[in-house]
Write a new protein. Sequence first.
Length: 123
Amino acid sequence: MPAKDASKFTTESINVTATAAGASAQLLYQCPVNFSAVVTFLIVSSGATANKDISIQFYHHEHATYKYMLRTYRMSANSVFVITNTASMLLHQGDKLVCFTDSTGNFDVTLSVEEYFDATRKL
C-alpha cells in the first residue's frame, strides 16, 4: 500500500516530436519503481499555425499494452486542451504516458503527478 503521508509532486513537459505510436512515441512520464502516482493535471498546447493532430497513449506495464487516451485529436491552431479537468488517473511503477503527432514540434504536453512511495509494489 502506498505511503500516503510521504508523497512528492512532479511536473513534466515535452515538445512532441514523435510521429508514430506505441514504443516509437515520445515519453512524457513513466512512474518510477516502487511508486504509485496520481496524474492530477494533463494539458496539451498547440503552437501550430494550422489545425494539427495529437495522440496520447497510456502504457499499462502489467499487461504490456498501449491504450489511447486521446486518438488523433484535431486541435485548432494556437489552442489549449485540458484533459484532466476534474478527473485524475492512477499509475503504477512502469506505467507511462507517451505522445505523438502528425507534424513535429507543434505541441507541448504538460502533466503534474503526485508520487507515493510503495515499497510492496512489484513489477
